[in-house]
Design a protein around this ligand. Sequence first.
Ligand code: FAD
Length: 472
Amino acid sequence: MTDSAVSLFEKLVHVDPPGDVPVLFDTACVIGGSIAGLLAARVLSDRARRVVVIESDDVSAQTGPRPGVPQDQQVHTLLPAGQLWLERWVPGFTKEAQDRGAHLVPGKGATSLDGVPQAPDGEDHRLLTIGRPLLETLIRGRITSLPNVSVLRGRATGLGYRDDAVSAVRYVATAGGDHGDAGAEVLDADFVVDAMGRSSRLSNWLGQGGYDQPGLERLEAPINYATALFERPVDVADLEAPGALALFSPEYPSGGVSVAAANPIEDERWIVMLMGYGDSRPGRTVDEFREACAKLPSVFTTATAGAVIGDVVTYHQAESRRRHFADVGRFPARLVSVGDAVASFNPIYGQGMSSAALHASCLASYLGGSPELGSAAREFFRLQQVVVDAAWAVSAGGDAARLDARDGTDVPEDIARQRWAMEQITAATLLDGDVTRAFNNVSYMLRHPATLADPALLARAVAANEEAATAT
Ligand SMILES: Cc1cc2nc3c(=O)[nH]c(=O)nc-3n(C[C@H](O)[C@H](O)[C@H](O)COP(=O)(O)OP(=O)(O)OC[C@H]3O[C@@H](n4cnc5c(N)ncnc54)[C@H](O)[C@@H]3O)c2cc1C
C-alpha cells in the first residue's frame, strides 16, 4: 500500500461527485436495490449511458418493510459520516428526511456506559433517526428519478462472461411472483455491481464460472435484537432527552441487555431496541420489553410509555462476516461488490449504511482513476479494503475480546496491549471531552480507528482514569 490506511481513508471521506466526466459504459447493472445498490447506481449514473438496478422485491411503491431486507424493522441510526456522504451523493436528503418527520438528534449526551453519560466532546455531531424503510424510500426516490437509472423487477441468478470479463446478468422476472429458475432472461451489461446484501450469491456464481471465490471470514457475534414502536405524544423539541444509546458491561445489572437505543422517528413514534448477546433475549413481549426498559436510564421508560404500535419484532444474527475480495486470485474484469455483500458487521455499531456510502466513494474514486477495465478491479477492492478494515476493527475488536474472555484464551502480548488501551480510552470517554471527541470521530466513521493509537491520547486517557480512581 503506497498511502497509509489513515490517509487513504481521509481521501475517500472527501470524494465528491465528479461533475462532467466521460461515459465509460453503455449499460451498467447493479444487482440489489437497497442502500448500497442505490448509492452505487448513483455513482454509475455519471459513468454509464444507462444504469439498470435489478431488485427482486417490488419497490415501486415501497413505504414499509419488505422481505429482501429482513432487518428493516429494526432500529437504524445513520451515523454523522453516513449522513455527510449521503448528502454528497443525494444533496438535500437530510432536509427531505426531516420534512418527512425524521430527526437530527444531538450525539451530545445521548451515549452512556452503565448509566454514566459520556463527557461532552465539544462537537455538534448529530445522528439521523428515521425508520429504515423511509430512509431507503427517500434515497430510491431521488436516485431513480435520474433520467438514466431504472429498476427492473427480477431475481438475478447468475453472470455471463466474455474475454474474462463479466458481460451479462441472468435474471428471472419476479413481477408476477417468483416462479423458480424457469424462463431466465439475460441483461447485457458492461459493468456489474453485486449489492445483494449479506446473503449475496456472488461467490457461488464465481465458482460456477471457474473463478476464485473470495475468502469468507466469520466472527461469532450472536446478537438478539428486539425492537418495538411506541406512540410519542411529546414533540422532540420538548423532550428532556431526545434519544439515547446505552451500553452496559456484562456485570452491570441491566437484565441481560447489552445495548439499548431509543430513537424518535417519523409519524410521532419512538423506535426502541434492546439487544442481548448469546442466550440473552431481552424483551420478547411488550410486557417484558417495558419491564427491561424500566431498569435502564429514564429515557427508556419515557419512550415506552405511549401505546405500542404492532408487535415486538426480533432479529437474530450469529456472526459478523466479511469477504476478502482484495486477495482473490482469478477474478473477472468489470465486476465489483459493495455493502453488506462484502462485509456485514455486528449492527450495534451502526456502521452498515455509512460503509455502503463509503463504498460508493471507492467506486467513484476507482472509476475516476482511468481504470484498466480489461482486468479485475483490483484498485477498487484495495480502496474498499481500507474502509472494511476500519469498520471491522471497531466492531470485531470488541467481539473478539468478548470471545477470548469467555473461552479463557491467552492472547498475544500486542493484542492484550491494544485491548487494554481501548479499555482505557472507553473508560476515559466518561471523564475527558478530548478523549470522547477522538473516540466519537472513530465511532461515527469520520476518522480511521488507527487515530486512537496516538500515544498522547492514550496517556491522556490513562491520566484521567487514574485521577478518577484516586478521587474515589
Ligand atoms: C439488526 C440490524 C440493525 C442495523 N442497524 C444499522 C444502523 O443502525 N445503522 C446502519 O448504518 N446500519 C445498520 N444495519 C446495517 C444495514 O441494514 C445495512 O448495512 C444496509 O441495509 C446496507 O445493506 P445493503 O444495501 O448492502 O444490503 P441489504 O440492505 O441487505 O439489501 C440487499 C438487497 O438485495 C436484494 N437482492 C438480494 N438478492 C437478490 C437477487 N438475487 N436479485 C435481485 N435482488 C436481490 C434484496 O432484495 C435487497 O434489496 C443494521 C443491520 C441489522 C441486521
